[in-house]
Design a protein around this ligand. Structure first.
Ligand SMILES: *Cc1c(COP(=O)(O)O)cnc(C)c1O
Length: 451
């Protein structure tokens, strides 16, 4: 049987082009309410089949106004990248080819592309040659996977086999993390059965960097994992990894570098290669479509001890790389294709230029919003505060629609985050967005003085 692929895929292609080509002029924020979306898309469970073309058409029309244009050059919320053409096209093909990229035997090309991209990434970041790599869904699962390897290694050193014996009765693990860590670290520790009470928060400086003096006094009390950070989500600050690694002794050092790791391409991060594991995202600064995260481990045997599976019906070949030995999923999407294509299309120089450009655009924001800036702008994050009315101002910027930024609380103060993570952001995008920010601040002030 030859199904009608042309109808629904042709419709999807036409709509994709309209969407992508409209990004530069499109409103950035969503414009419909949850009730409207529910009314448009909901209804009773369908009983009868529907024409696939109609399904695609109705879906595309139903979501209109409910999409946030995160691919826009004026989207500055959270830390969300867009998608480059080559990576987006490769991701489409990953869906078309529909490979189950768990095992080499089931998906040789997908496994090989991951092996090749893994080697490129290790070289790109200057990590130790033997470093193993897993292609996961995001920074959350990259942190989870790396911390699983860390849990294995620190307990093995204490004479405990956590994969076999679990955690009941195991020597306690202390996890030393900066007070300004990302919440996904705590969540990974929950998933790993370590719980959040194992966390020993380490004092940070005004930029959110872990203080080595505070770390030193907590070391040397049994199995220990140090969770450092390259790229604080609010300030972009990078922990002093050289000092942390020098102090670490037999503790495992993990680096959460979800976006900050990419800044190593424009400015070396001292001590980066001395850590034991690293987490980063491809869907943030590399501008690969969602979802795509990367985990690196300098100790492949610990990585595999934590992740690998052997089952009688699976076909393993020691000469071949089976992706499921490096990530927590079993059946999985061939997400390596998009990463491979992104690296092929940009090359080292293109990726470096992309990172450099985002950083330059962040500095442009910081120069123009100078009186409001709270952080040292070294990476792509600008943290600003307009005082107690900041949350209302953030909301009015989002509602205006030209640009989109998100709010936060930084060391007890309400603030607004500007994250420049999109490969298409231009100086003109920054200037237009600054205009809107200024106008929203003035409007709010005018309204407040009117009383
Ligand atoms: C975004 C981020 C994460 C989580 O990554 P996801 O890809 O959203 O799972 C973890 N740590 C830091 C520092 C981040 O910026």
């Amino acid at each position: 049987m030859q199904p009608d692929w042309e109808g629904p895929l042709g419709e999807a292609y036409a709509r994709a082009m309209t969407y992508l080509q409209g990004l530069p002029v499109r409103r950035v924020g969503a414009s419909v309410t949850a009730d409207e979306l529910r009314a448009r898309l909901g209804g009773p469970l369908p009983h009868q089949p529907a024409n696939p073309v109609d399904v695609v058409t109705d879906l595309a029309e139903g979501v209109e106004g409910g999409l946030v244009a995160t691919g826009s050059g004026r989207f500055f919320g959270f830390v969300i990248g867009g998608a480059t053409p080559a990576s987006l096209a490769a991701d489409w093909l990953a869906t078309v080819w529909d490979q189950n990229a768990g095992l080499y035997a089931a998906a040789p090309a997908a496994a090989m592309v991951e092996e090749i991209a893994a080697g490129w990434l290790v070289e790109l970041f200057g990590l130790p040659k033997q470093t193993s790599v897993g292609f996961v869904t995001g920074g959350q699962m990259a942190n989870f996977t790396a911390l699983a390897a860390a849990r294995h290694a620190v307990l093995r050193n204490a004479g405990w086999d956590v994969e076999v014996d679990g955690l009941v009765g195991a020597p306690p693990i202390r996890v030393l993390v900066g007070a300004e860590r990302h919440d996904t670290v705590d969540r990974a520790l929950r998933f790993l059965g370590l719980g959040t009470r194992c966390i020993v928060p380490i004092a940070v400086d005004g930029q959110g960097r872990m203080r080595p003096d505070a770390l030193a006094s907590e070391l040397g009390h049994g199995p220990t994992i140090i969770c450092a950070q390259a790229g604080n989500v609010n300030t972009g600050a990078i922990d002093p990894l050289d000092e942390i690694c020098a102090l670490s002794g037999d503790a495992w050092v993990h680096v959460d570098g979800a976006f900050g790791l990419w800044s190593a391409l424009t400015q070396p991060i001292p001590g980066l290669a001395e850590a034991d594991s690293w987490a980063t995202d491809a869907h943030k600064w590399l501008n690969v479509p969602y979802d795509s995260g990367l985990v690196f481990c300098a100790h492949p045997e610990a990585h595999q001890a934590a992740m690998a599976v052997r089952a009688a019906y699976l076909i393993h070949d020691t000469e071949k790389r089976d992706p499921l030995d490096y990530n927590p999923e079993f059946s999985r999407r061939a997400r390596g294709f998009a990463v491979y294509a992104a690296i092929r299309a940009l090359g080292r120089s293109g990726i470096t230029e992309l990172v450099d450009r985002c950083q330059a655009m962040a500095r442009r924001f910081a120069e123009q919003l100078e009186p409001y800036v709270l952080n040292e702008v070294r990476l792509n994050q600008v943290l600003v505060s307009f005082g107690p009315e900041t949350p209302q101002i953030v909301q009015s910027i989002q509602e205006e629609g030209t640009a989109w930024m998100s709010g936060t609380t930084w060391q007890g103060k309400p603030a607004m985050r500007i994250s420049v993570s999109n490969w298409t952001t231009t100086a003109a995008d920054v200037d237009r967005s600054v205009e809107i920010v200024r106008r929203c601040v003035e409007n709010r002030r005018a309204r407040s003085t009117q009383g």
